[in-house]
Design a protein around this ligand. Structure first.
Ligand code: NAD
Length: 471
């Protein structure tokens, strides 16, 4: 397997100007490869290369850009096994889930390839023909987090090149390799300078967000970083897509069929060890089924096989990094001190690796950190309610607004509750499902802008109205 990686600037593989840094495998706490580190000057070079390439790439015929994306999908497919192993080594997730991530990356790339950029007819009259066209923006800066490193990079980068932009990518320093590999593959297909990547900390992200020659930042990560990016972006009025933190609530109605919903709730709360922006992070259960559902969730949790993602039969990997692992431990300890009952898990596993077993905490209410804050890890607080209006009010009483869900048998009743949730996606009898054709994004402090589908694609364009006088 490839263990040395380069930056890509202007179509060339280049070494970082700064000292390479080790990337830790969260299953062992040991470094497994070194990542190149760019200097701010290399960020400037990458942006300059992207700006130069944009002059011609923006005019590439649409059909050619579609074909390029399909070729990139072919290359991801040809390198699928290596990419999946890289994702597991750097991110920690079980190999089967990493393979699903690579499958998602291929699917999203092909779907984006086939999307059309619409021209909207505004007026066709004897006086004038008016059409609304879409033009690419220029250089797009992509900044990505560590939870779904390959897939989120694909979500950012494919619409950029599909619409005729060029890009500079900066992955998380916790999980840089799958994105470095992806950009290496993209460079086999696109003209030099279209696809650039820089890695490292120490102001590299900020050098991008304050760069005068970047026209848009697409960012997925935490809300405080998103706020910082928004401040920096003001200088040259960068377009922004901000996919930020979430603290999604799920509400289980009294008529829910627990045989069906318990496994689905577990799956959507603990997807990727709970390190998923739109995972179910607070569960409100009607008192009539509260104890029963808590027991069922705890049973499913105790059946998970926790271990290194490359080991056979493992269903649950480590938390990705030490800081997140410590946060999860801290929130669980605080919940215990506030009277929370631990029904499964509740303490880190001994030995190397950031292993924290899936943890179900009952007996809590709002006002406790584990309920109010985003845990972004393998622990789910289950909160009892008796009145649905109160449950909806508590679900909405949070600064975040990414997703929410309602679980029940009477779909019309569930739909009424779902329509009252303050969030970008409301699921019924599901949660955390994202699809290439379904626009996805948050509201409130979870950010703004959409990804996926035509709406997501158009975020990489600026409208231009064409008004042809017939007078
Ligand atoms: P983070 O904000 O710490 O880091 C994200 C990226 O931003 C990294 O590449 C980091 O190097 C870079 N960065 C950090 N400070 C920066 C700055 N001042 N300027 C520019 N770049 C900077 O987030 P994280 O810990 O990697 O990811 C976890 C968070 O991401 C969670 O809150 C989670 O909910 C959120 N997330 C949201 C979505 C979504 O779609 N809404 C998806 C995945 C993750």
């Amino acid at each position: 397997m490839q263990t040395t990686f380069s930056l890509f600037i202007n179509g060339q593989a280049v070494q970082g100007d700064r000292d390479a840094f080790p990337v830790i495998n969260p299953a062992t706490e040991e470094a497994f490869a070194d990542c190149p580190a760019a200097s701010p000057e290399q960020v400037d070079q990458a942006v300059a290369a992207a700006a130069e390439a944009f002059k011609t790439y923006q005019h590439t015929p649409d059909a050619e850009r579609k074909a390029m994306l399909h070729k990139i999908a072919d290359l991801i497919e040809a390198n699928a096994e290596e990419l999946a192993r890289l994702v597991t080594l750097e991110q920690g997730k079980p190999l089967a889930l990493a393979q699903m991530e690579v499958g998602g990356a291929i699917g999203w790339t092909r779907y984006t390839a086939d999307l059309d950029i619409p021209v909207k007819l505004i007026e066709d009259s004897p006086e004038r023909l008016v059409e609304l066209h879409r033009k690419p923006l220029g250089v797009v800066g992509s900044i990505t987090p560590w939870n779904w490193p390959l897939m989120i990079a694909v979500w950012h980068l494919m619409p950029a090149i599909r619409t005729g932009n060029t890009f500079v990518s900066k992955p998380s320093s916790f999980t840089p390799f799958s994105t470095l590999k992806l950009v290496e593959l993209i460079n086999q297909v696109v003209p030099a300078g279209v696809a650039n990547i820089v890695t490292g900390e120490g102001g590299i992200g900020r050098a991008m967000t304050s760069h005068p020659n970047i026209q848009k930042i697409v960012f997925t990560g935490s809300t405080p970083t998103g706020q910082d990016i928004m401040r920096k972006a003001a200088d040259n009025l960068k377009r922004l897509t901000l996919e930020l933190g979430g603290n999604d609530a799920g509400i289980v109605l009294p008529d829910a069929d627990l045989d069906k919903v318990a496994p689905a709730i577990f799956q959507t709360a603990f997807l990727n060890m709970g390190q998923t922006c739109a995972a179910l992070k607070r569960l409100y259960v009607h008192e009539s089924q509260y104890d029963d559902l808590c027991q069922r969730l705890a049973k499913i949790a105790s059946e998970q096989k926790v271990g290194p993602g490359l080991d056979e039969g493992v269903t649950f990997g480590p938390v990705q990094n030490k800081a997140q692992f410590d946060l999860v431990s801290e929130l669980v300890e605080d919940a215990k001190a506030q009277g929370g009952q631990i029904l499964s898990g509740g303490a880190p596993l001994a030995g190397a690796g950031y292993f924290y077993p899936p943890t179900i905490v009952a007996g809590l209410s709002d006002g406790v950190r584990l309920v109010d804050e985003e845990q972004f890890g393998p622990v789910l607080p289950v909160v009892r309610y008796s009145d649905i209006d109160d449950a909806v009010a508590r679900a909405n009483n949070n600064v975040n607004g990414l997703g929410g869900s309602v679980w029940g048998t009477d779909i019309e009743a569930a739909r009424k509750v779902a329509s009252r949730l303050e969030c970008g996606t409301a699921w019924i009898n599901n949660h955390a499902e994202v699809l290439p054709h379904c626009p996805f994004g948050g509201c409130k402090m979870s950010g703004f802008g959409l990804e996926f589908g035509e709406e997501g694609l158009l975020e990489y364009t600026a409208p231009q109205l064409l008004n042809i006088s017939r007078g």
